[in-house]
Design a protein around this ligand. Sequence first.
Ligand SMILES: *[C@@H]1O[C@H](CO)[C@@H](O)[C@H](O)[C@H]1NC(C)=O
Length: 375
Amino acid sequence: MSSRLLLRAASLAVLAFVLAIYQDPSRINFHAPPPIHGSRDVLHSAQIINVTAALGPESLAFDPSGRGPYAGVADGRILRWEEDGLGWSEFAITSSQREKCVRPFAPEMEHVCGRPLGLRFHKKTGDLYIADAYFGLRVVGPNGGLASPLLTHVEGHPLLFTNDMDIDEDKDLIYFTDSSTTFYRRQFMSAALSGDRTGRLLKYNISSKEVTVLLKDIAFANGVALSKDRSFLLVAETTKSRVLRLWLHGPNAGNVDVFAELPGFPDNIRRNQKEEFWVALHSKKGVISNLVVSKPWAGTTLLKLPLSFKQLHYILVGGKAHATAIKLGEDGRILEVLEDCEGKSLKFISEVEENNGKLWIGSVLMPFIGIYNLH
Ligand SMILES: *[C@@H]1O[C@H](CO)[C@@H](O)[C@H](O)[C@H]1NC(C)=O
């Protein structure tokens, strides 16, 4: 049999398989991701705060005085949660052309309205740095307003999918990810399913404005976090379900290794006050999602089927919505797994930020944030 024929036969098998699932999803339970040993199903008790008239608070950040969280939402605004029952206020925007940015969710307008993803405060200056998927790196002062552009192009090409960042405040360096040089953020499903390996980890020098590509060929480069002593940098490689570690200093400087293999698709990574890292999983990985992300022909076949975004997403996340937060130690060991296994309160989480004994939890798709009390 020629390899082409084999490929077609295999594609057909996938197609038949997927269609079989569509007949009755509830009957095929191996579609659902397997349970994680030692996980605690507690996140359903999280307090929910709705993001009024908005959705997709992907990344959350607190300013140097502790105010917040700040959250970038799907219509391009960056909101701030006010104490004393005042709710959310508008803090900043990344686009100056917002006349048509009136709908909470309009992916086709993201390149006009902006889509702020990773947020980080520079603790010394109080400036908020923003990784905007379509506008690259932007910065806005402590009073908010329209953010100024820092970096929109790399090696002559516009950034399409700037995703997350961390700041080395001593050296005034920003480490950030570009998830794909092929796909825009709104095409993230294609980036995940097509076998795209064009994600990059980059470094931006704030004073010289120079940009350096540190790692390339990453399968959906996503969350970024520096270690406390800045000896290494973590980057989530989403479709390979793992976190990579790039050594910045010491005897291993320049080397890359696998920091952690995860039971699902990692989004943002945030370090707590100790040397521990919270990783939010967009979802756990089941038999089918593993197949479609690890074999490009399977994912590509799936993309060719007449399936809606919702149906594709359903397949990717293994059917039932859920939330999974994983705490990694400084050596990459899994220390704790907290879940909302049934998706009763939280689902498709994108970031877990530990602050004042609480976990502040964002989601790229949901219209709310969650607050989980650790004590
Ligand atoms: C950043 O750029 C400045 C100005 O060119 C330079 O002095 C500094 O060494 C650079 N920082 C790093 C960490 O490369």
